[in-house]
Write a protein that binds this ligand. Structure first.
Ligand code: SF4
Ligand code: SF4
Ligand code: SF4
Ligand code: FES
Length: 989
């Protein structure tokens, strides 16, 4: 039976909210505090409808069969109007001169919907000043309607737990950390609150004075205009005033451009609209992103100033001895082509090497590998997944067949248990982490974290394991053995789906709990508890990142993770699987599209004659049959003279590769080095030619996120100066070398990719239009696979396989000379070395530079305080940094973030690598520490959110509002009486 809306039947989806049923029917009712992604907050009371004769909030009512709902009865309408009238008592309607007057202001639109002409509840100013202490947004309490959307978003979606409303106060307002200035609170500037605010109470500073035709007028003039409007309102009513503001809002459409794009920072794949006025970025507006909805982190929401930075490269540069001079494109491209040709003729094609960017588009990686293979004739082709994710890919290839996340972020959210290993998820993949934090807080999802540092996810975990550095493989294997030994393995799944079980079980013999306890420094009881939690959970997702992969056993530990999932039957179902969290926005896509030494696009093997012949036919050339060098081996090959020339785009290779001194020495030896960049990076210093490229906002293409999700980005603005999109530059270079490529748009490149790549066969730009996306593999007719393994695994017989792994010791362990272990990783605010994020002033204010975290114990032993300058030395180099004394690290373990160009942590890391993939063992570094001087302020300024004190609570806590003496639900009886005097405490309708 349907639900009856104003007498008409309306089909419903079981369990849906009545407000969603009503919205779907096309009937329009007010709903100021409701946001589908936040759920019912119930603070505004504007959605009152009659349900079977009783006034109810539509947002908080579950649609049930047979309900008789009146949305426009006189009683319902009166209640809606009264509720909204109270809201107007908290908000001055000055729409025409408001930066939020862009057609999407909920307060404005509700005034129009209800055809409000006059308000009964007079506006009452709150006794608070505007708070502008956050660099990116400001809060105006006068305009705050106390809907609580921001609080709900901060507490229960972002789960940073900064915001609350002091409902018991005579003048409630939104509070940061219970009453701190925003800029000194725990606010991480994720922007959730600003995005969901239904009016202008929370606004991006980049909008202020910029969005409207009148909004840039001086405040005094604006105040005068507002007074005039308020003066005439009693006479002419809101209708005419609103019409005027709507004319102004529609005029804005001609100057404000809204373009869909995809975040250029991490691998979560957040997408949003970006609002611009010429080159000025007004704001980032997330709403419908398939990975993120309304969510962003500080970088995606506010970290875009680099695009208009005054030091963007806008002209080609050519080295002349020790300096660079500007050149024309013609000259620069001519030089690149002639030197590449000369070197190829003199030394053969394998004397050249190519590195593609994991920040650039899929189409650009495809063209780079085509340039290397089809135009130059070498497979010396790689991308920076070598530095981070290649071991995870191997672990999955060995066991289940595809080198990608086995499900989606929504699977992680719905899992019964999430195990995070070696990933500072809340800082490195912030929006993905919000889904885990939310499920843990609201739904009781279990969380186990294994890490060296007690970062946010570790603090929130039900079980936090702190193993000895580099020993995850051991405890994972011991837990798996325990699960087998105690009959906890999912035998029916193994029998049906997993090969090599006997061989694998035998390989687990050395991995006893006793040995794990000794090797890893974890108690047996804890490991038993973890084994039972994993084995008994309905569904388990394991997330891991560079804390696992950047070890000499990175591939084997990744394999051990997949083995554990297979043993417990945690594949092939929603809410299960393996999730190596990809770091850069398109590191997945760069590998997927062939920027690797041994694979064509779609992981098709270079040394398979049939595949090679397919590409030879399509490209019209003979292709080199032998896999090329990866980027680690390229550096060795430069040192021993085999590689003479290199072409790198969008990679800060001299800082992000390990043992930076060794890499720099190699780059200096090159005969000819081409860099393609948006800034004059550290690596550019070694170049002979620098080609100025365009960042993501200045071009079209696609990115592939960690969940294998392919999304389109649209061009927001023209390339700056004489810079060009990378795909055009690559085409220019190829054509100078005689290639005759004729692509006029990246969509044509993708047509070629789809035609040659089975897992991308059905990917087209039309299917990716707007916010649509596809998760590979994509069948020719366009169906994709959010969950990877539903019918079988990606192996010849469709079955997975256990893959035995053995233990070996980590490299570079602390000894007498280098006595401290140095860990390293990302920070929330900066991306990697910070080439883009340091160019956002607000981010620079929050985190001005790098530092080293020192445990309280070590600090006490060495006389170190926060701010003390120390020198860290390893056999490979040294850095001078300030200390931050924190219990996030313990004992003799240090942590240094990567965010420095001046004192890069990779001066200290070694050239040891994972034996299978050559991924550097960045996380296996030992140093000695010398105290230099006791001086300097805290390298994390007072305004850094790590100094804040969050105020966790369960959302907006509307019950506290309802408990106020002056609160009463809206009701037509009261509206008819027009009573405005405060009601006695406890009076109900
Ligand atoms: S952390 Fe800050 S920006 Fe994010 S929702 Fe909370 S208050 Fe808003
Ligand atoms: S600041 Fe928060 S409570 Fe105030 S109107 Fe905006 S979302 Fe609602
Ligand atoms: S950096 Fe990552 S989490 Fe942050 S907005 Fe971009 S894609 Fe999303
Ligand atoms: S929309 Fe239902 S109470 Fe606000």
């Amino acid at each position: 039976m349907p639900v009856f809306l104003n007498g008409k039947p309306q089909e419903l989806t079981p369990g849906e909210r009545l407000i969603d049923t009503i919205n779907r029917s096309g009937i329009r009712i007010p709903q100021v505090c409701y946001h589908p992604q936040l759920g019912p907050i119930q603070t505004c009371d504007t959605c009152m409808v009659e349900v079977n004769g009783k006034l109810e909030r539509a947002c908080a009512t579950t649609a049930a069969e047979g309900l008789r709902v009146e949305t426009a009865s006189s009683r319902a309408q009166a209640a809606q109007r009264e509720a909204f009238d109270r809201i107007l008592g908290n908000h001055l309607l000055y729409c025409t001169v408001c930066d939020n007057n862009n057609g999407n202001c909920t307060v404005h639109n509700t005034t129009r919907l209800l055809a409000i002409e006059h308000q009964d509840t007079p506006f009452q100013a709150k006794p608070y000043e505007v708070d502008s202490t956050n660099p990116f947004y400001r809060y105006d309490p006068q305009q705050c309607i106390l809907c609580g959307r921001c609080v709900e978003a901060c507490q229960n979606l972002q789960v940073n737990e900064t915001l609350s409303i002091n409902w018991e106060d005579p003048h409630p307002r939104v509070l940061w950390d219970g009453g701190a200035p925003i800029g000194e609170s725990s606010c991480v500037s994720c922007g959730h609150c600003v995005t969901v605010c239904p009016c202008n109470a929370l606004m991006e500073k980049s909008m202020l004075g910029q969005a409207g035709y009148f909004t840039s007028l001086p405040q005094q003039t604006l105040d005068g205009m507002i007074d005039v409007v308020k003066g005439v309102e009693p006479e002419i009513g809101y209708g005419s005033i609103m019409q005027l503001s709507e004319v102004e809002a529609s005029m804005r459409e001609s100057q404000i451009k809204r373009t869909k794009t995809v975040c250029t920072y991490c691998g979560v794949g957040c997408s949003f609209q970006i609002w611009t006025k010429d080159r000025h970025i007004l704001k980032v507006e997330p709403a419908a992103g398939p990975a993120n909805g309304v969510s962003t982190c500080i970088k995606g929401k506010f970290g875009w100033d680099f695009v208009n930075s005054s030091d963007r490269l806008t002209k080609p540069l050519i080295r002349e001895r020790d300096r660079f001079r500007e050149a024309t494109w013609d000259e620069a491209l001519g030089l690149v082509a002639s030197r590449f040709s000369e070197i190829k003729t003199a030394h053969g094609p394998d004397a050249l090497a190519f590195i593609s960017s994991s920040k650039c588009t899929n189409e650009e990686s495809y063209l780079m590998q085509k340039l290397a293979r089809a135009v130059i004739g070498t497979n010396n082709m790689d991308n920076c997944s070598r530095y981070c994710q290649a071991p995870a890919t191997i672990g999955l290839f060995r066991t289940v067949g595809y080198g990608g996340d086995s499900g989606s972020i929504s699977d992680i959210e719905q899992a019964s248990l999430v195990l995070i290993i070696g990933s500072n998820t809340a800082e490195s993949h912030p929006v993905l982490a919000t889904r885990v934090k939310r499920a843990h807080k609201l739904r009781g999802q279990k969380l186990i974290v294994s890490d060296l540092r007690e970062h946010e996810m570790a603090r929130r975990a039900d079980v936090f394991l702190h193993p000895r550095p580099g020993t995850d493989l051991f405890w994972l294997s011991a837990v798996t053995r325990y699960i087998f030994d105690h009959g906890l393995a999912k035998q029916s799944f193994i029998d049906r789906w997993v090969n090599k079980a006997d061989e694998y079980r035998k390989s687990l013999e050395p991995f006893t709990l006793e040995m794990a306890s000794v090797r890893c420094g974890l108690s047996k009881e804890t490991l038993v508890k973890v084994a039972h939690m994993i084995a008994e959970a309905d569904s388990v997702c394991i997330l891991w990142a560079m804390g696992v992969t950047q070890h000499v056993m990175g591939s084997d530990t990744s394999t051990a993770i997949s083995n554990l999932l297979l043993a417990t039957g945690n594949y092939m179902r929603p809410g299960t699987g393996a999730y190596p969290l990809r770091g850069h926005n398109n590191v997945q896509g760069a590998s997927d599209h062939g920027a690797m030494p041994n694979y064509f696009p779609g992981y098709q093997k270079i040394d398979d004659p049939a595949i090679r012949s397919k590409f030879e036919k399509a490209w019209g050339v003979a292709l080199p049959p032998k896999p090329g060098l990866d980027n680690h081996l390229m550096i060795d090959a430069i040192h021993d003279g085999r590689i003479k020339s290199m072409y790198v785009f969008g990679e800060e290779m001299s800082l992000v590769d390990s043992n930076a001194g060794y890499v720099a020495a190699a780059l200096e030896k090159l005969d000819f080095f081409v860099m393609q960049e948006i800034f004059f990076s550290e690596t550019c210093r070694f170049a002979n030619v620098i080609l100025p490229a365009s960042p993501s906002l200045e071009k079209e293409g696609t990115f592939t996120s960690t969940e294998r999700r392919i999304q389109r980005l649209y061009q927001v603005m023209e390339p700056l100066g004489n810079s060009r999109p990378d795909w055009k530059i690559l085409m220019n270079v190829a054509n100078r070398l005689g290639a005759n490529w004729t692509y006029v748009h990246p969509s044509e490149v993708y047509e070629e990719i789809s035609s040659l790549t089975p897992i991308m066969a059905g990917v087209t730009y039309e299917r990716l239009e707007g916010f649509k996306s596809l998760q590979w593999p994509v069948a020719p007719e366009g169906s994709d696979q959010p969950l990877l393994y539903t019918k079988q695994f990606n192996t010849p017989d469709g079955k997975a396989a256990f893959f035995p792994v053995a233990w070996s010791e980590p490299s570079n362990q602390p000894g007498t000379e280098y006595d401290l272990h140095l860990n390293n990783g990302r920070l929330l605010e900066h991306f990697h070395e910070g080439n883009m994020t340091y160019r956002t002033e607000g981010i620079r204010q929050k985190v001005p530079g790098t530092f080293v975290e020192v445990s309280p114990e070590l600090a006490a032993a060495r006389g170190i305080e926060t701010g003390t300058w120390v020198r860290l030395s390893s056999p490979f180099g040294e850095v001078k940094v300030q200390a931050v004394v924190t219990a996030r690290v313990t004992g003799s373990e240090l942590y240094m973030p990567m965010n420095s160009v001046l004192e890069p942590v990779n001066c200290l890391t070694s050239s040891c690598t994972d034996k299978v993939t050559h991924t550097p063992a960045y996380k296996e570094t030992s140093v000695r520490l010398a105290v230099l001087r006791q001086a300097g302020a805290d390298p994390l300024p007072r305004t850094n959110p790590r100094h804040g004190r969050p105020t966790p609570q369960m959302g907006v806590e509307v019950e506290r509002k309802w408990a106020r003496g002056d609160y009463r639900p809206p009701d037509n009886r009261l509206v008819q009486i027009q009573t405005r005097s405060p009601q006695p405490a406890g009076q109900e309708k």
